[in-house]
Design a protein around this ligand. Structure first.
Ligand code: ADP
Ligand code: MG
Length: 360
C-alpha cells in the first residue's frame, strides 16, 4: 500500500535517512568518549501530507499498521511514539506543526542493532523540515531525534545513532566526540567495504549487562577522581583499580585510543587490526561477548580478504561487523556463514543488503 492508497491523496514531500553501524568505539559513548559509525545502504523513507482533520495519522508499511493520534496529551506506544516524539520536540522548540499524515517505509531491519529507530526519527524530522521550511541544521535534527527517543519512546540513548543517521553516508565514517560533539567526516578506509552479519543469537542479557557495565564505569571514574573515563588517556592509570573495574576501565581507555589512532589516518590493514583488538578487549576486559559472536568473529578474522572483525553494538548477542576488501563482502559472507552453520549456528547477512533494490 502506498501513501495515496492509505490517505487518499498524494504526499506533499518526502525524505529519507539511513541506518548505521559502529565500526570502532564500543561502550565508549556513555563514558564521554569517541565513536566511529558509518551509514549503511538501507534507509527509511518518510512521506508527508497535511491531514484533513485535526489529528495526526501515522502508517508503517513494514508493520502494516496505522495509528491516529486522538489526544495530543497522550503519547502513543510502539512505532507511533517515535514519530509523535519528533513532532512534539519541534513544538516544544517553538515551531507550530500542523496535523500530518505520515507514511513510513524502510529497508533497515528493525531491532538488529542497525538503528532503525534513529533512521525513522531523522527521516521524519527531515521531511517535516522540508514541508515547513524550518531553519534547523543536521546537528539539530540529530539532537531533536535523540530527545524524541528519550522522552517519547522512553529509550535512554546516547547521541551516536542520530548523529550517524543525520551526518554520515555509506562512503564516509563519522568520528564523533560524544562529550563535545566535535566531529569529522572521513572517507572509509581505502579499497574496503563493510560486512555486517547477525549472529542469530538474541541479545537476552543485554539490558541488565549494559546497566551493570555503566555502573562499573561510573565507579571506576569516581575512584580515579575524573568526571568520566574519557578523561584517562594513560592505560597504566587504571592499574590501581580493583578487578573487575581495572579491566572495564582498561577497555574504555584502550578503545578510545584506538578511535583516536584512526583519526590520525590509518591504512585498511591497520584499521582491521584495531577492530580485532577491539573485539579481544570487549571479550576479555569488558566481557560483553558470547561464544557464538566469538566464533563468528574468529571465522571472519581468518578469512582471506578480511582486514578485521569484531562484535558491534552493546554485545551479549547481536551482530558482527567486518572491514573487507572491496567487492568481496558477499563471497566472504557465504564462506563464513557456511562454517558458522557447521559450528551449530544460524547467521544472516545484513550488510550489504541481499535485496538488490532497497525499499527506500
Ligand atoms: P534498532 O534501532 O536497533 O533497529 P530499536 O529497538 O532501537 O532497534 O528500534 C526499533 C523500533 O523502532 C521498532 O520496534 C519500531 O517501534 C520502530 N521502527 C523503526 N523502523 C520502523 C518502521 N519502518 N516502521 C515502524 N516502526 C519502526
Ligand atoms: Mg535504536
Amino acid at each position: 500500500m502506498d501513501f495515496q492508497q492509505i490517505f487518499g491523496k498524494p504526499p506533499e514531500t518526502q525524505a529519507s535517512a539511513p541506518g548505521r553501524v559502529n565500526l570502532l568505539g564500543e561502550h565508549t559513548d556513555y563514558n564521554d568518549g569517541f565513536v566511529l559509525p558509518t551509514a549503511i545502504p538501507q534507509s527509511t523513507k518518510v512521506q508527508l501530507g497535511l491531514s484533513s482533520d485535526s489529528q495526526h495519522h501515522f502508517y508503517s508499511e513494514n508493520l502494516n499498521e496505522q495509528v491516529s493520534i486522538l489526544d495530543i496529551n497522550h503519547t502513543p506506544s510502539g512505532f507511533a511514539s517515535y514519530i509523535f516524539g519528533c513532532i512534539q520536540v519541534l513544538q516544544t522548540a517553538g515551531y507550530t506543526i500542523p496535523s500530518l499524515c505520515v507514511y513510513v517505509k524502510s529497508s533497515v531491519p528493525m531491532g538488529s542493532g542497525l538503528s532503525s529507530s534513529a533512521a525513522l526519527e531523522v527521516a521524519t524530522l527531515r521531511a517535516v523540515r522540508q514541508l515547513l521550511n524550518l531553519p534547523i541544521d543536521d546537528v539539530e535534527i540529530a539532537q531533536f531525534a535523540q530527545q524524541a527517543e528519550i522522552h517519547y519512546a522512553g529509550v535512554q540513548c546516547g547521541i551516536m545513532d542520530q548523529m550517524a543517521s543525520s551526518l554520515a553516508d555509506t562512503e564516509h565514517i563519522l568520528f564523533l566526540d560524544t562529550r563535545t560533539l566535535e566531529r569529522r567526516v572521513m572517507p572509509l578506509p581505502e579499497k574496503a567495504e563493510i560486512l555486517v552479519i547477525d549472529s542469530g543469537v538474541p541479545r537476552t542479557l543485554a539490558s541488565s549487562g549494559y546497566n551493570q557495565r555503566r555502573a562499573e564505569c561510573e565507579d571506576a571514574a569516581r575512584s580515579l577522581g575524573v568526571k568520566a573515563l574519557r578523561d584517562i588517556t594513560d592505560v597504566e592509570v587504571t592499574e590501581k583499580l580493583p578487578e573487575p573495574l581495572h579491566r572495564r576501565a582498561r577497555h574504555v581507555v584502550t578503545e578510545n585510543n584506538r578511535v583516536l589512532e584512526v583519526l590520525q589516518g590509518v591504512s585498511s590493514v591497520r584499521f582491521g587490526e584495531l577492530m580485532n583488538a577491539s573485539h579481544a578487549s570487549l571479550r576479555d576486559d569488558y566481557e560483553v561477548s558470547v561464544p557464538a559472536l566469538d566464533i563468528l568473529v574468529e571465522l571472519l578474522q581468518k578469512t582471506p580478504g578480511v582486514f578485521g572483525a569484531r562484535l558491534t553494538g552493546a554485545g551479549f548477542g547481536g551482530a558482527s561487523v567486518a572491514l573487507v576488501a572491496v567487492g568481496e563482502a558477499r563471497s566472504i559472507a557465504t564462506h563464513v556463514l557456511e562454517q558458522y552453520k557447521q559450528a551449530g549456528y544460524n547467521g544472516q547477512i545484513l550488510v550489504p543488503s541481499l535485496e538488490l533494490s532497497d525499499a527506500a
